[in-house]
Design a protein around this ligand. Structure first.
Ligand code: M6R
Length: 368
């Protein structure tokens, strides 16, 4: 069942190209993005003036990634919020608010209650879900299914990548309805998404190298993760994977915040994973991150750098370097997350933990 793998998670990591391809399939027909079940009229979609993404855990991180794309493509303000916080404040919601509820299981109690709250306030709710007919899609106005296939490992991997792709389709559907992107631009963005399964497949060829790096740092007490722009939520996701699987203290930071506090944590030998932006696509951020890395390296940190292939500037600052293919900036999380999943799984495995069933965790959290 595990397809010759030691654990499901590794199998599911390897299924990611397929999960992406299946999630995209059939959503661009006759020059238009189409959702699965759309009980929201085109006019209502055009009238949307604000977007909320609500979710928990990794699904929440997929929303943080999507915020960059949806705001850029639609010029609509996007707020991403933990479902467990959402309804306990007094969010401003009305008929013109689109709430995107992201959930692999479709049964997460916090997300479901947030959906109910949003609908009571007359907001339109669109579910992004991996489980056919689950409660959250049943109670939503529109649905877009991720087709990652069943995810057995408690730590989300292929569902997370599929969520990013699906959230991006929601962004493109909105841009199309609002006319903030011309049809040929929407077509181009979709084509770039379609090229991602092959890019992720390429990253999978670095799995063994990443596992070796993981074994070298597996006895560390803590690991920090740094990123900027879309690399910031990737850093949060890398830290979450490590907490849940390896039971290590792990934190993700926006690299620009380093000097505002976290740099005080840097000490001799501390592994710091840095998710680099593209040196060409995001030159300014890239050079800022290079100077961050040189600072933390000077303080004795052990730097593990995820960088675009051919990024020579970063090489001198990387104690360990994992290369990922060059892809458009907004799509970078789809490649840069993969080594972080492998890193967490392998550290956990070398510590002797059960990767598919980490302690204290359930695959779907059906109580608040
Ligand atoms: O089924 P959901 O997507 O609603 O689950 C949300 C979180 O519980 C889930 O992503 C959790 O954080 C994972 N274990 C992360 O790997």
């Amino acid at each position: 069942e595990k397809g010759g793998h030691e654990y499901f998670m590794l199998k599911e990591i390897e299924e990611q190209p397929e999960a992406l391809a299946n999630t995209l399939r059939g959503h661009f027909e006759a020059g238009r993005i189409i959702l699965d079940e759309q009980r929201i009229s085109d006019q209502d979609l055009r009238d949307v003036d604000k977007v909320f993404v609500i979710a928990c855990g990794s699904a929440y991180h997929s929303g943080l990634v999507a915020k960059y794309a949806i705001e850029h493509w639609t010029r609509l303000p996007v707020e991403v919020e933990l479902a467990s916080e959402f309804r306990y404040r007094d969010p401003v919601l009305d008929r013109d608010t689109l709430v995107v509820a992201v959930s692999q299981s479709g049964e997460t109690a916090d997300t479901l209650e947030a959906v109910r709250h949003a609908r009571e306030q007359k907001a339109r709710v669109l579910a992004v879900c991996n489980t056919n007919g689950a409660q959250i899609p049943r109670e939503s106005d529109a649905v877009l299914y991720t087709h990652a296939g069943p995810e057995i490992g408690v730590a989300s991997t292929k569902a997370f990548l599929a969520q990013i792709a699906a959230n991006y389709l929601v962004g493109l559907a909105l841009a199309q309805a609002r006319g903030t992107k011309y049809p040929d631009e929407v077509a181009r963005e979709f084509a770039e998404l379609e090229a991602m399964p092959a890019a992720v497949q390429k990253v999978l060829s670095t799995v063994e190298q990443t596992r070796e790096i993981a074994r070298r740092i597996s006895d560390s007490r803590a690991v920090l993760f740094l990123g900027r722009h879309v690399g910031f939520p990737v850093a949060l996701e890398g830290a979450l994977k490590l907490k849940e699987l390896a039971y290590m203290h792990a934190e993700g930071f926006a690299a620009g915040e380093l000097k505002h506090g976290p740099i005080a944590l840097i000490e001799e030998g501390l592994p710091v994973v840095v998710v680099m932006p593209s040196p060409k696509g995001r030159a300014v951020l890239h050079s800022k991150l290079v100077s961050n890395i040189s600072e933390i390296q000077a303080r004795g940190a052990r730097t593990i750098v995820i960088a675009e292939e051919g990024d020579e500037t970063v090489r001198p600052f990387a104690d360990e370097l994992i290369e990922v293919p060059a892809v458009p900036t907004l799509l970078q999380p789809l490649v840069s997350t993969v080594p972080l999943q492998v890193l967490a799984a392998e550290i956990a495995s070398s510590r002797g933990y059960d990767i598919d069933k980490p302690r204290n965790l359930a695959k779907s959290v059906t109580v608040e």
